[in-house]
Design a binder for this molecule. Structure first.
Ligand code: SF4
Length: 174
C-alpha cells in the first residue's frame, strides 16, 4: 500500500495550469513562504487532508484530460509519496507537469532517489520561487520571470536545462 499524499485540493479540469485540459493536484505543505504567494493556505504541513493514490487515480481516469499537474504547496516536499502516483499517470500515457519552489539544480543536488526519479518521469517542470518583484501577468504558466518552464526529457537527454516549447514564442521564453 502506497503512502497517502497530503493534499490541499483538486481541480478536475483546468486550462491555466499547463498545456491542454488538466487535472490539478494541489499538495499541502510548503517551506518556501514566498512573499505574495497566491496560495498561502497550502503552506501549513499540518493542514489539508490525506488522499490515497488509488482514490486520486480513480478521479483522474474519470476526466478526459491531456495532462495532470502537481502544484502546491511544494510537491517535492512529498517526492516519495508522489512518485508511485507519477508512475501510474505515465503508464496511462498522460502528460505530467510539476510546479516547485526549488530550482531544477537544487533538486538534482539533493541526490535523493525519489526526487530524481520524479524529475525523470515528468514532462515539464516549472521551477523557482515566486518573486513578487519579477511578477508578470503576461508570462505563460508561471507567475514571475525568474521561473522557468523546463522540458525535462530534453534536459536529461542534452544534460543542460532546456526550456519547454510550451513557453517559447519567437525563440524567446514568454
Ligand atoms: S513555492 Fe509556491 S506555494 Fe510555496 S510559497 Fe512559493 S508560490 Fe507559494
Amino acid at each position: 500500500m502506497s503512502k497517502p499524499i497530503r493534499v490541499s485540493g483538486i481541480i478536475p479540469e483546468s486550462i491555466v495550469d499547463g498545456p491542454g485540459i488538466r487535472f490539478v493536484l494541489f499538495v499541502q505543505g510548503c517551506p518556501h513562504h514566498c512573499p505574495g504567494c497566491h496560495n498561502p493556505d497550502t503552506h501549513d504541513f499540518a493542514g489539508g487532508y490525506d488522499l490515497d493514490i488509488e482514490d486520486i487515480l480513480e478521479q483522474i481516469k474519470r476526466e478526459p484530460v491531456f495532462g495532470v499537474t502537481f502544484s502546491g504547496g511544494e510537491p517535492f516536499a512529498q517526492a516519495g509519496a508522489l512518485l508511485p502516483l507519477a508512475e501510474e499517470i505515465k503508464k496511462l500515457g498522460i502528460h505530467l507537469m510539476i510546479y516547485t519552489g526549488y530550482t531544477f539544480e537544487q533538486l538534482m543536488e539533493r541526490g535523493d532517489e525519489s526526487t530524481t526519479k520524479l524529475l525523470q518521469l515528468a514532462d515539464v517542470l516549472v521551477d523557482g520561487r515566486f518573486m513578487l518583484e519579477q511578477k508578470s501577468l503576461t508570462l505563460r504558466f508561471r507567475g514571475s520571470a525568474n521561473q522557468r518552464v523546463i522540458d525535462l526529457p530534453e534536459t536529461f537527454k542534452q544534460e543542460k536545462v532546456v526550456i519547454s516549447r510550451y513557453s517559447v514564442r519567437d525563440g524567446e521564453p514568454f
